[in-house]
Write a protein of this length. Structure first.
Length: 313
């Protein structure tokens, strides 16, 4: 029977294994990346990410036309937003990962004018995608991706009801006149790049192109594109403080959640992350956007704040 040395440390092997367990979070050149929900991550790895938040868009302009005398009435108002997002990415190996994302967006009119024009609307969507790593060095990481996304917007819109009455009379009123339901499908392909010039600094680039089938005027195969960059400053490498700061910009010709309101938007994202946990990132993101309204030459603004978490496994 083997004898146990009382002076031995039986758990030393366990401690060594725990200390040698590799971190799962994305690292290049000693820099720990903490991606944003808006621009995303280029890395092929297994992750679960979630976000919950809210915000507003303001100065929306709505025009209603009376077909009898061609007079118009302009309405302006604000909308409130609530958002919940959950995303899974599972790496099959070091080169390929599969993705699934689901998102729920609720829009609530905040003024009398926007209550008339937008009422209460909600959008539920999902996305299926794939990511493939094509190149990696100590400082650079490049991946390609493709995805199919679909969303359904439902709501109660008094303005549509009023326009139907003005256009077709009371006989045009149906059982669903106050409600609407719209489906949007899109396919996108693109590339993501991560670059770490120093242990305290990381940069992510994002490019997407594709097409969408939208309910606006029966539009099919509408070309869409998005381009974005984010910079990540890790104070853990600078002053040994587990805080990360992110600044990013994204310009997008199509966004689920406002695709029935805007043709394109440009957003600035500001992020603050806690990076002290080994395989978690937890933080706050604030987005400020400028959007061009559909069928109008006007620009309206939006602000959205969300709490987000990334788990790497």
């Amino acid at each position: 029977m083997a004898q146990i040395d009382p002076e031995s440390e039986p758990d030393s092997g366990l401690n060594e294994r725990e200390e040698s367990t590799p971190e799962q979070y994305p690292v290049l050149n000693g820099h720990r990346f903490f991606p944003t929900i808006l621009i995303g991550s280029p890395f092929v790895q297994s992750t679960i990410s979630s976000a919950i938040g809210g915000g507003r868009v303001g100065d929306l302009n709505y025009t209603i036309t009376n077909p009898v005398n061609d007079s118009t009435l302009s309405l302006r108002g604000d909308l409130g937003f609530l958002l919940v997002l959950l995303e899974f990415q599972h790496a099959l190996d070091e080169f390929v990962a599969l993705q699934f994302k689901t998102i729920i967006i609720e829009r609530i009119a905040a003024h009398e004018e926007s209550i008339l024009s937008q009422g209460l609307t909600g959008e539920v969507g999902f996305e299926l995608g794939i990511r493939v790593k094509i190149w990696e060095t100590d400082r650079v990481y490049v991946a390609l991706s493709g995805a199919y996304a679909s969303s359904t917007l439902v709501g109660v819109t008094p303005l549509d009801f009023l326009e139907d009455v003005l256009d077709g009379g009371l006989e045009s009123i149906g059982s669903n006149s106050l409600g609407r339901s719209e489906n949007t499908d899109l396919f996108v392909f693109g590339s993501d790049v991560a670059f770490a010039p120093a242990p305290y600094l990381g940069i992510i680039g994002h490019l997407r192109v594709g097409s969408a089938d939208t309910p606006q005027d029966g539009d099919n195969n509408v070309p869409i594109a998005s381009l974005g960059f984010s910079a990540h400053l890790d104070f853990g490498s600078l002053i040994n403080t587990p805080i990360g700061v992110t600044l990013g910009i994204l310009t997008n010709s199509f966004s689920i959640g406002v695709d029935d309101l805007a043709t394109r938007n440009t957003s600035l994202v500001y992020g603050l992350s806690y990076t002290g946990w080994k395989n978690y990132d937890f933080g706050l993101e604030v987005t400020s956007s400028r959007l061009r309204q559909i069928d109008e030459e006007t620009i309206f603004t939006g602000q959205l704040a969300r709490i987000r978490m990334w788990f790497y496994y």
